[in-house]
Write a protein that binds this ligand. Structure first.
Ligand SMILES: *Cc1c(COP(=O)(O)O)cnc(C)c1O
Length: 345
């Protein structure tokens, strides 16, 4: 596939913002006097603009994820990267994306914000992908297919063959949102970016890595797509505090892995407790850090939990999710409180 033909002409023809620090490399053995960016000269650890190339972070993440440094883009949360992707490829009031509801709500918001039509191909009743229905659609205006695996709010991973068939068969860019991949029994598809020039993988520091507060999302793709995304990215989108904190936390990767195991154990435990409750009609198989459960009356159960100080997410208004609550796996104590209260209802 020729990726360039999918990119908007205005993006192809523009040049990116050249930052004050682009023209030279910082040399460790040389102390520069910075009079180039109208910053405050008074040192307080945050008076300088951040490194717009995110050099240190890129190095660390490329090691953890086993990709090249030129295969990474960072965003102010994954949400910013998803928005950049739509803006690189989709002409407003002309181009379209495909999403598979019930799924992450931001794809639709981002599409609508950018004047891009969102074609919805619902998942089948078992939350699997309706592959043939997607591949039937063919139009040069349909630029992007968003696949969320493991999917939010259903919690399941999609069949790997379905995903790879779509990456191969879809005539546009395929985004696989792997926000929950660290909780999954399935492997990340990140290594496929080397063989499929239309594939973008997104991941985030917000879930398994425990850093939702610093807003740091990651996109992985081939160098060509990454260059387009970087071209339109706000140069200083990752702030100094975020980069510093991320590096600090990523240094403790063993702790992160330990916490993932704790969540997975708690997921199993919570599942077995929920199975015993008669007002819970179904617990969907989860590959994520949450459980989607169908109850007798979602509104009633949501409000009962709320009165007892526990907030879950009512997903009833989503297709195929009538009377479904999405419950995030908490700490052992939090889950104990949840079970105690559920048993009293
Ligand atoms: C939570 C979540 C994200 C993460 O978004 P951030 O902006 O990185 O916090 C992305 N995709 C899905 C499906 C999510 O549930």
């Amino acid at each position: 596939m020729n990726i360039d033909t999918l990119v908007r002409n205005n993006i192809k023809n523009m040049s990116s913002y050249s930052s004050a620090r682009d023209d030279f490399k910082k040399l460790n053995d040389k102390k520069f006097i910075y009079l180039d960016a109208n910053e405050s000269p008074f040192e307080n650890a945050i008076n300088r603009y951040p490194d717009n190339k995110h050099t240190e972070l890129t190095k660390v993440v490329s090691n953890i994820k086993n990709v090249n440094v030129n295969q990474i883009v960072f965003g102010n949360g994954t949400d910013e990267i998803l928005d950049l992707i739509v803006r690189v490829f989709c002409n407003p009031n002309k181009d379209k994306i495909i999403t598979l509801p019930p799924t992450y709500g931001m794809y639709d918001v981002i599409a609508k914000t950018n004047g891009v039509e969102n074609i919805e191909i619902p998942l089948k009743s078992d939350f699997s992908i309706d592959k043939n229905e997607i591949l039937k659609l063919s139009s040069s205006c349909i630029k992007i297919l968003f696949l969320c695996s493991p999917n939010n709010p259903t919690g399941n991973s999609f069949d790997t063959n379905d995903l790879t068939d779509l990456i191969k068969g879809f005539n546009g860019v395929v985004v696989v949102d792997e926000a929950y991949i660290d909780f999954s029994s399935k492997q990340s598809l990140i290594s496929l970016i080397n063989d499929n020039n239309n594939l973008i993988i997104t991941q985030t520091m917000s879930k398994a890595y425990g850093m939702a507060g610093i807003r740091l999302g990651m996109g992985f793709s081939n160098q060509k797509i990454i260059n387009y995304l970087n071209k339109i990215k706000p140069p200083y989108n990752i702030n100094v505090l975020t980069e510093r904190k991320a590096l600090e936390e990523l240094n403790k990767i063993d702790e992160i892995k330990k916490n993932i195991d704790l969540v997975l154990n708690q997921r199993k435990l919570l599942l077995s407790c929920l199975e015993k409750l008669d007002f819970i009609e179904k617990i969907y198989k989860s590959d994520s850090n949450f459980l989607l459960v169908k109850v007798d009356n979602a509104d009633l159960r949501y409000n009962q939990l709320l009165k007892n100080g526990i907030i879950v997410r009512d997903r009833s208004n989503q297709p195929l999710c009538q009377n479904c609550l999405r419950i995030t796996i908490g700490t052992e104590n939090e889950n104990k409180s949840l079970i105690k209260i559920l048993n009293q209802l």
